[in-house]
Ligand binder design. Structure first.
Ligand code: HEC
Ligand code: HEC
Length: 475
């Protein structure tokens, strides 16, 4: 009976699923116990607003919680790969800095300046797909892609922007296919959403679509805003990857019996270590984190320089990629989202999704709106991938392994909101100053970098003052 009462404390009755958990002493070290049980997805939905409040709070606890072996941490039999993969030889150690598990909590890396934030280079992750005996020899790029911890603040809004852009681009494709079929002639269209151009497609009368001219996006025209490479569509998908890679906590929606034939694929001894509801708690907390803002109480000289700097940023062409704001039509965040694939819970697999209205978050009042009533999200990104390397400027061209068949020199435009709080910079955090990462922009960003380097020292300093004023604000 005790565990049911505990469930009631969470949020009037979020139904618990792990009936096997022994009742907890108040000093219990486990993250999941009878006082703090696993969550049941359908139960959360039933609870309505109260359930969501409790869900977000629980997500915040889970993000900073240190998972223990009794919770299922560790993956002796499985690798860090996104697709469930068994180790071929030996046992995966409980801790491995490179192949993981590499830490006890999400917030062990995402902690600057607050949980949900970025990390110093000590928190870099080593991303690799397809390793089967995952214990890499070294940090050499032939083994993995080294990545700097990105801040999650505002990511709920970012995911919603990605969803709307995807819907726009896919609608363009559908309409081109219909017109080509009706007219019996090829139809070419520019792929544009929210003012961002993703190249063009040509639909043939037989229904085949020529995708050879698309730019900065995958063939399925899904905008994937997450990760430096821009290859993940949702917070949910990323969270399941992270739980497994960093902590050996395997979510049943990907590693459970449905896809692997067992509820303890990683051999941790704890079946179903993470339920759908637990993932939703982490998603809800991350999706409701406020977007970064502008540092309050700037000294007058900094304020004046930043005001000039934002204009210079525009003038130099930085804002062609780091687009100041993208307009968002709807602030309704649904979990699961519309564009996930098998292995991440999909919309069709639940009766009712969890819906969180981000317009009700306290920060929403600070967002500007355009004449159409759309919310202007000040992210400083186009959510598009760009080539950053050329023959002369190649500091960002260090990668040897392609990730998900995105060209090795191509990266997603990072959101610059909060960049004043997230040094060091670059996809592996090897640039200590803003000036040095700007100077490293090659390839399609070369023109803006050259313009910056040719600007007067005063103009350059104004740009830095502006960038340094964009900070993660204490929620
Ligand atoms: C060992 C350090 C580390 C730990 C622990 C860690 N992360 Fe991350 N996280 C990273 C790095 C590095 C990136 C950037 C990955 C990339 O660019 O491909 C990242 C990116 C993310 C992103 C995408 C952010 C964006 O805007 O693109 C999300 C979401 C995320 N992590 C969630 C989590 C969650 C949830 C946990 C715990 C279950 C977690 N992380 C644990 C290092 C870590
Ligand atoms: C063609 C698109 C493009 C243009 C133009 C561009 N950038 Fe970038 N910017 C990027 C991409 C992509 C990255 C990520 C590079 C990496 O880490 O691999 C980036 C990274 C950055 C970062 C580092 C962010 C971080 O958190 O690591 C800063 C700061 C930045 N750009 C500022 C600028 C400034 C200032 C200008 C104008 C002088 C500019 N950018 C022009 C695409 C662009």
């Amino acid at each position: 009976m005790r565990k049911i009462t505990a469930g009631l404390m969470l949020g009037a009755g979020i139904v618990v699923v792990a009936s096997g958990l022994a009742s907890a002493a108040s000093w219990d070290e486990r993250v999941f116990n009878s006082e703090h049980p696993h969550l049941h997805f359908a139960g959360i939905v039933k609870e309505g607003a109260a359930g969501i409040k409790a869900l977000v709070a629980r997500g915040g606890v889970l993000f900073s919680a240190k998972f223990t072996r009794a919770d299922g941490a560790g993956r002796p039999d499985a690798t860090q790969a996104i697709i469930p993969t068994k180790r071929i030889h030996g046992t995966n150690p409980a801790f491995s800095r490179l192949s993981g598990p590499d830490s006890s909590a999400c917030a062990s890396c995402h902690n600057q300046p607050f949980p949900g934030g970025a990390g110093d280079t000590v928190a870099n992750a080593f991303v690799s797909e397809g390793f089967e005996s995952a214990q890499f020899d070294s940090t050499d790029p032939t083994f993995s892609n080294e990545r700097h911890t990105q801040a999650i603040f505002g990511d709920g809004l970012v995911e919603l922007l990605g969803r709307e852009m995807t819907a726009d681009l896919q609608a363009e494709r559908e309409s081109a296919v219909k017109r080509a079929w009706a007219s019996g002639k090829p139809v070419s269209v520019d792929l544009v959403s929210k003012g961002v151009r993703f190249g063009s497609i040509t639909a043939k009368p037989d229904g085949v679509v020529d995708l050879s001219q698309i730019k900065g996006i995958d063939n399925d025209l899904i905008v994937r805003p997450f990760g430096r490479k821009g290859v993940f569509a949702s917070i949910r998908q990323f969270t399941i990857n992270a739980l497994n890679a960093h902590h050996g906590m395997e979510a049943s929606e990907r590693f459970g019996a449905r896809w692997t034939g067992t509820d303890d694929f990683d051999g941790s001894g704890v079946p179903n270590a993470i339920t759908r509801g637990d993932v939703s708690a982490l998603v809800a907390w991350q999706a409701t984190l406020p977007p970064p803002g502008v540092k309050a109480h700037l000294p007058a000289d900094w304020k004046a320089a930043a005001a000039k700097g934002v204009k210079e940023f525009d003038h130099l062409g930085c804002a062609l990629c780091h687009v100041q704001t993208l307009p968002l039509k709807s602030m309704l965040f649904t979990d699961p989202g519309p564009y996930d694939t098998a292995g991440t819970l999909r919309a069709g697999e639940v009766k009712t999704p969890i819906t969180i209205d981000l317009a009700k978050q306290p920060y929403a009042a600070t967002l500007k709106r355009n004449a159409r009533g759309e919310w202007l999200i000040p992210l400083f990104s186009d959510l598009k991938r760009h080539n950053m390397v050329d023959d002369q400027v190649k500091a960002l061209g260090n990668e040897v392994l392609a990730q998900r068949f995105v060209e090795r020199d191509v990266f997603m435009t990072p959101r610059l909101w909060g960049v004043g709080s997230t040094a060091p910079y670059g996809h592996r955090g090897n640039f200590h100053t803003l000036e040095s990462i700007i100077a490293a922009h090659g390839g399609s960003a070369r023109f803006a970098r050259d313009a910056y380097l040719a600007a007067t020292p005063q103009d350059q300093q104004d740009v830095i003052a502006f960038l340094r004023s964009l900070q993660i604000i204490d929620p």
